[in-house]
Design a protein around this ligand. Structure first.
Ligand SMILES: [Zn+2]
Ligand SMILES: [Zn+2]
Length: 348
């Protein structure tokens, strides 16, 4: 089968490799569509993981083979593949910090080499632990593979919305209106809150408004805090979601967040960035800083409901489709977006 193998920083190699062999409790899925995620791009462009690996984790496909002991699934079924599932017994899992669980981090779907998701290949092997514990979700007939590939990123964004305890009637600032920021806007609106977005690219500011932001501004606007005060009865936003890894965006969010509000770090910053902050700002204004990484096991069913029942319009996020062979070009476009670049989907 064909696969895009990570052979080193910025080295993607389109290769013929063996189709993964499955064990008795495993499932083989033929990948139909896989979303290109910001985290894939980071793993390809920075020395974070030893090669060789096959990344890609926003996978939707068709069951191509099942192991002898698998009774719940059949060849031909259309499924979303979740690339990791927690153990549900460790101290992290019992505290609902599922993404910190060792089992969650170490057992993952693979197309070959060190398991790393494996969606950038024609076939992916789903380990027994993932098959047994809800890691395959049936795609309804009226939902496309493209739409289904959004279940994973929706879960990641939903987890952040839940961690920040966004409630109906609140106002939320979303810094960055790329694919993730736009999804945040839709989710915040779905949960009854108002979204205000910022970005540097005019077309993204427009797009933010078109998917439901109540207001959207250029992030360089020096009057931004005043404009946000005007929209929030002088208080500032209840929550700021940082969808760009920018120190400037953080301090802007701090200026725009109300006393007692929350700032959530969603985008992963480069490791060398350190943000100096006077702790009394947090103390006197009672600002909570929150981090949210990856998805939540507990939110899988709700994420699938949101995508499958069109509570948000994921079609509006899709801008480009690339064959697997051109993954490097897709990464290049995501790093240097045109005004019309939003979510990029990959077709093996
Ligand atoms: Zn992702
Ligand atoms: Zn665990």
């Amino acid at each position: 089968m064909k696969a895009q193998v990570f052979r080193g920083v910025n080295q993607l190699s389109y290769e013929d490799i063996p189709v993964p062999e499955i064990g008795a409790d495993e499932v083989l899925v033929q990948v139909q569509v896989v979303g290109l995620c910001q985290s894939d791009i980071k793993k390809i462009r920075y020395p974070l993981y030893d090669p060789p690996r096959i990344f890609g984790h926003e996978t939707a496909g068709t069951i191509a083979a099942i192991g002898a002991d698998v009774t719940d699934w059949q060849v031909g079924q259309r499924v979303v593949v979740l690339h990791h599932i927690p153990c549900m017994y460790c101290g992290y899992c019992l505290n609902e910090n599922y993404s910190m669980c060792d089992v969650y981090k170490n057992i993952t779907t693979t197309a070959g080499f060190t398991p790393s998701g494996g969606g950038f290949a024609e076939y992916v092997r789903v380990p027994g632990h993932i098959v047994r514990h809800g890691g395959l979700i049936t795609i309804p007939d009226d939902v496309s593979f493209e739409q289904a590939s959004f279940v994973e990123p929706t879960n990641c964004c939903l987890k952040a919305v839940k961690k920040a305890e966004i409630a109906p009637g609140q106002t939320v600032l979303i810094t960055g209106a790329g694919p993730i920021g736009l999804m945040f806007i839709m989710l915040v609106k779905y949960f009854g809150a108002r979204a205000i977005a910022t970005d540097l690219i005019p077309s993204r500011i427009e797009k933010a408004l078109s998917v439901g932001a109540e207001a959207a501004f250029d992030a360089r606007d020096s009057d931004l805090p005043a404009k946000i005060q005007a929209l929030t009865q002088g208080m500032g936003v209840d929550v700021a979601l940082l969808a760009v890894p920018s120190e400037k965006a953080f301090f802007q969010a701090l200026d725009c967040t109300r006393k007692g509000g929350k700032i959530l770090f969603f985008a992963e910053f480069p490791d060398e960035v350190e943000i100096p902050i006077n702790p009394n700002i947090l103390y006197r204004r009672e600002i909570d800083l929150i981090g949210s990484y990856s998805s939540s096991y507990k939110l899988q069913a709700l994420s699938a409901d949101i995508v499958f029942n069109r509570r948000i319009n994921v079609d509006a996020l899709i801008s480009d489709r690339y064959p697997l062979q051109e993954l490097a070009a897709a990464v290049e476009q995501a790093v240097h977006p045109t005004p019309e670049t939003f979510k990029i989907l990959i077709y093996p």
